[in-house]
Design a protein around this ligand. Structure first.
Ligand SMILES: Cc1cc2nc3c(=O)[nH]c(=O)nc-3n(C[C@H](O)[C@H](O)[C@H](O)COP(=O)(O)OP(=O)(O)OC[C@H]3O[C@@H](n4cnc5c(N)ncnc54)[C@H](O)[C@@H]3O)c2cc1C
Length: 446
């Protein structure tokens, strides 16, 4: 480092404000990390985010009487997140959502697969083809190198295509199924092997599962996520945590055993930084960029209002048909009530398949639902948003590259975790909570 560089660092040493720990990112992983640090005895914790709100990628958008989320965000009353922030529970709206899927034959049917509509209702010839294909896969396609091989082994190539599962997987993961990492397939698609294994099938028939207490499903309050997570922030603030939002993080310097984080208007220091922001962003801050950006899904949220016959009664529909770039739609008016006599919903479109263009996404959605007889009536686009880094693309080798990048951050001194910081597809806030708890427990033990 040159003389000028030394000067900057020594100024930083004198000006820096000390914290017991600094958490980058105020999403679920950041909030849970801060809660754990406080429980572990940290008196001053700073939570920093370039976003101007708490909650990370839990983002809603309200216009007039309509209120939308970027994705379909549903929570449960037995989530471990509530052990950290019990004040959230009374703020949620209890709901009773039903899920379904649009299959390639244009039917709205059971999600993720319907034994009646996708197998036994297809006619004798199709049933024979389905079972012959499963038998062939179990005997001759046992070698599993990617997600397609995994799914094909369990349900056979014919049903994989016919049910639309293969098209959905491609849409969801952003790449063809034979390019998806086998480890991810084993982890995330466990339900396929569970449902399709003969042993499990038999044990379900012989020993029907006992119905225990079912958890209650909940949506965020109508007032939005800022309102919801304000309650969590207040608990943390009372325990000594501080939030710095819209922070404009610039650099992280190592000064002996300390880290100095340069923000737009101040310098903060700590012996410990936990990062829950995208890995490449943390690498930039530390000046250890490898030039290898991990691929992620860009999600487009199309916010529609509607009057007419929507063509289904369930609140959440997954697109398993072979066409259409949209992945899922969620009818928010089922949860919060109609506005001006109109229903409203978000359609999630995978931006990677549609050149990141909102007009193309809208046209594609309209054409596809029209072709399938859905939303007959007045469909109006009220707004839209683009969310980058929505979730990881697990192409072959991506998990290895992510582990190496996390290792480089760790060698620098940063603990990187969460959906962004761990490059980890966390489907629920529950998973984010459990994984943050495990990561911080591990570092405390070591
Ligand atoms: C579309 C969608 C639908 C979901 N549905 C559900 C659901 O129904 N129920 C449920 O429980 N969970 C759901 N989840 C999962 C849940 O949202 C995650 O478990 C949780 O948000 C992960 O939190 P996190 O703090 O690890 O990461 P995030 O909230 O993703 O991000 C953490 C931080 O990283 C930084 N960051 C993120 N993106 C960027 C960017 N593009 N540029 C710069 N900085 C960035 C920000 O500082 C942010 O605060 C859904 C997620 C998505 C994306």
């Amino acid at each position: 480092m040159n003389d000028a560089g030394h000067q900057i660092v020594s100024e930083a040493v004198t000006e820096a404000e000390w914290f017991d720990a600094i958490v980058l990112g105020a999403g679920i992983s950041g909030l849970v990390s801060a809660s754990l640090l406080v429980r572990q005895g940290c008196r001053r914790v700073l939570i920093v985010d370039d976003y101007d709100h708490i909650g990370g990628n839990h983002i809603d958008w309200t216009s007039g009487g309509y209120t939308f989320d970027i994705g379909s965000l549903i929570f449960q009353d037995d989530s471990p997140l509530l052990d950290h922030f019990p004040e959230l529970l009374p703020l949620y709206v209890p709901i009773d959502p039903q899920w379904a899927r649009l299959n390639p034959q244009g039917m709205i049917t059971t999600y993720p697969i319907s034994v009646r509509d996708d197998i036994f209702g297809t006619g004798l010839v199709e049933i024979v083809r389905i079972f012959a294909s499963v038998l062939y896969a179990r005997l001759f396609q046992r070698d599993m190198r990617n997600a397609r091989d995994f799914a094909r082994y369990w349900i056979g190539a014919y049903l994989l295509h016919r049910s639309g599962l293969q098209s959905y997987m491609k849409r969801f993961y952003g790449i063809a199924t034979d390019g998806i990492d086998i480890d991810l397939a084993r982890k995330r698609m466990l339900w396929i092997s569970e449902h399709a294994s003969l042993r499990n099938l038999l044990s379900r028939v012989l020993k029907p599962t006992q119905q225990g207490r079912r958890n209650r499903q909940m949506a965020r309050p109508r007032e939005g996520f800022r309102f919801l997570y304000r309650a969590a922030a207040e608990r943390l603030e009372k325990a000594g945590a501080e939030f710095h939002l819209a922070a404009e993080m610039r650099t992280i310097h190592k000064v002996q055993d300390q880290f100095h984080l340069q923000l737009k208007e101040r310098i903060v220091a700590s012996g410990r930084i936990i990062s829950t922001i995208p890995i490449h962003r943390a690498e930039q801050l530390c000046g250890i960029e490898s030039g290898q950006k991990l691929d992620t899904i860009t999600l487009i949220g199309l916010y529609f209002s509607f009057a007419g016959d929507r063509g289904f009664r369930q609140s959440i529909i997954y697109n398993f048909s072979h066409e259409g770039a949209w992945k899922r739609l969620t009818m928010y008016s089922d949860f919060y009530g109609q506005a001006d006599g109109r229903e409203y919903f978000t359609a999630e479109v995978i931006g990677n398949h549609i050149g990141g263009s909102i007009p193309r996404a809208e046209r594609d959605f309209r054409d596809h639902v029209h072709a399938n007889g859905l939303f007959r009536g007045d469909l109006r686009l009220e707004g839209s948003c683009i969310l980058e880094n929505a979730y990881p693309i697990y192409s072959q080798g991506a998990a290895q590259r992510a582990a190496e990048a996390i290792g480089r951050l760790r060698a620098f001194g940063l603990e990187s975790l969460g959906r962004q910081g761990g490059f980890n597809y966390q489907p629920t806030a529950r998973a984010s909570t459990v994984e943050a708890e495990a990561a911080l427990r591990e570092t405390q033990a070591s």
